[in-house]
Design a protein around this ligand. Structure first.
Ligand SMILES: Cc1cc2nc3c(=O)[nH]c(=O)nc-3n(C[C@H](O)[C@H](O)[C@H](O)COP(=O)(O)OP(=O)(O)OC[C@H]3O[C@@H](n4cnc5c(N)ncnc54)[C@H](O)[C@@H]3O)c2cc1C
Ligand code: SF4
Ligand code: SF4
Length: 416
């Protein structure tokens, strides 16, 4: 019987990167599969992260340095698993690696982007702005390579990109490739996507530009975001004088997401800080059912309460509607007393939760067990969940969890 070669990690967010690094630094061979053109996952899109409010660059840079210098890790971006066969100790995983149309000769000179006329929704900025169809996904993107969007292949734009590239890095003949990876253990670190707020009719999220979500707020406050870091009201670019945060937007509600995402209260408190830094006089209201800031995150909550212009209003938002003057009216109801309240504000941020990415699709080829919300349930040997694929948690918990998961995968590999 041939020796199993590696540990396969699916998903290149902070959890997948951590699991891959821990296994690789213990001397094991690791294949990391990421479906987007870069690794880093959702954390790369966060502007600052609690508890310290540092930019994600800090943690990411260290991890990227470790990954770059570790020959045991092979990264496949733009890659997705087609099927998994075999069992613990000996899986064969079939993967499709989609073309980037740019090879490793890319120097990041940006000429292809300059000549490209086609624009696409900027996925990194959640479609809040456009980017050229020849692009670097974001300033820290790794691998450090441009990408050509498949929509321009076969058009004049693609040809212009090729001609503009002095380094012969644009390769329009690239085709999807099939790779088979033999793995002793599989770590599923596929993470999350934001809850789709338009599912809750009474928020009117898709009908009013001034109602945004917390993930959009992260990008609004980011220097490389759609407004170069200025928090502005989307409909008219006004500096908001009042902002309301609506907690549990779709969460803890059996009609939508029955669970607590655990991070969105702390994320709101962080975003209060974003607003306050830019607008010292802005009035901020937080509509909440309970504020959940476990452990030391409570310190952040206590600090936010000291701000005289921040009101924590107990109440579940039951309706959000535009007013004739372009503002928004929030109606809320205290879930314990039934007391109703109303508040007019200039901008609303919905604190949406995290939906596991595999909730609808499961794992191609099966082999993993999921709970009713789509989180992986620890179950048996060989395939292990890590990070938010397993439960909604913050970065600190993800990294600890992924380290433990790497150990489980190593044990499985050693047992053979
Ligand atoms: C508004 C908001 C603010 C937050 N702020 C903070 C904060 O300040 N501090 C903090 O500690 N936490 C914060 N969090 C939580 C933090 O974002 C998560 O803990 C973290 O993203 C989890 O990392 P992950 O690697 O498990 O998942 P992800 O970041 O989602 O990474 C998963 C990766 O897997 C890839 N992938 C998905 N499916 C597949 C597939 N089928 N094949 C291959 N690849 C796949 C994805 O493209 C992605 O790169 C916040 C969350 C929200 C909602
Ligand atoms: S693909 Fe070529 S033109 Fe585009 S950034 Fe890379 S080196 Fe420059
Ligand atoms: S963390 Fe806060 S906002 Fe998020 S679901 Fe839990 S209680 Fe609601």
């Amino acid at each position: 019987m041939s020796e199993p070669k590696s540990i396969l990690v699916i998903g290149g967010g902070i959890s997948g990167m951590t699991a891959a690094l821990e296994a690789a630094e213990a001397g094991k061979s690791v294949a990391l599969i990421e479906k987007s053109p870069y690794i880093g996952g959702r954390v790369a899109r966060i502007n600052q992260y609690f508890p310290k409010f540092c930019p994600p660059v800090c943690g990411m840079e260290i991890n990227l340095k470790r990954i770059k210098s570790n020959p045991n890790i092979t990264i496949y971006t733009l890659a997705e698993v087609d099927s998994i066969s075999g069992s613990a100790g000996n899986y064969d995983v079939s993967v499709t690696v989609n073309p980037r149309y740019v090879n490793s000769k890319c120097t990041l000179c940006g000429k292809c982007s300059e000549v490209c006329t086609a624009e696409i929704d900027d996925d990194f900025n959640l479609g809040m702005c456009k980017t050229k169809a020849a692009y670097l996904p974001h300033k820290m993107a790794y691998p450090r390579l441009y990408v050509l969007d498949p929509s321009i292949i076969g058009t004049d734009d693609a040809q212009k990109c090729k001609e503009a590239c002095k380094y012969d890095a644009v390769d329009l003949d690239m085709k999807p490739e099939k790779v088979t990876i033999n793995a002793a253990a599989i770590i599923v670190a596929t993470g999350w996507q934001p809850f789709d707020a338009s599912k809750v009719d009474y928020y009117n999220f898709d009908k009013n530009d001034n109602i945004i979500t917390n993930v959009m707020m992260e990008r609004l406050n980011a220097e490389d975001g759609p407004t170069q870091g200025k928090i502005l009201r989307p409909s008219d670019g006004k500096e908001p004088a009042s902002v309301a945060f609506v907690q549990c937007a779709g969460s803890r509600d059996e009609n939508y997401q029955g669970y607590c995402s655990g991070v969105c209260c702390a994320a709101t408190i962080k975003q209060i800080h974003y607003v306050r830094e830019q607008y010292p006089d802005a009035e901020i209201t937080v509509f909440y059912i309970d504020i959940r800031t476990p452990g030391r995150l409570e310190d952040l909550y206590l600090k936010a309460q000291e701000d005289e212009k921040v009101t924590f209003q107990k109440g579940k938002a039951v309706n959000i509607d535009g007013t004739s003057n372009g503002n928004l009216l929030i109606e809320a109801e205290d879930t314990l007393t039934g007391v109703k309240s109303k508040k007019e504000v200039e901008m609303v941020v919905l604190a949406t939760g995290m939906v596991p990415n595999l909730a609808e699709t499961g794992l191609p080829g099966g082999g993993a067990t999921f709970d009713k919300y789509g989180f992986i349930v620890p179950d048996g040997e060989g395939i292990y969940g890590a990070g938010v694929a397993k439960r909604p948690v913050d970065v600190a918990v993800c990294t600890k969890d992924s380290t433990g998961t790497a150990l489980k995968a190593i044990q499985c590999l050693v047992r053979g």
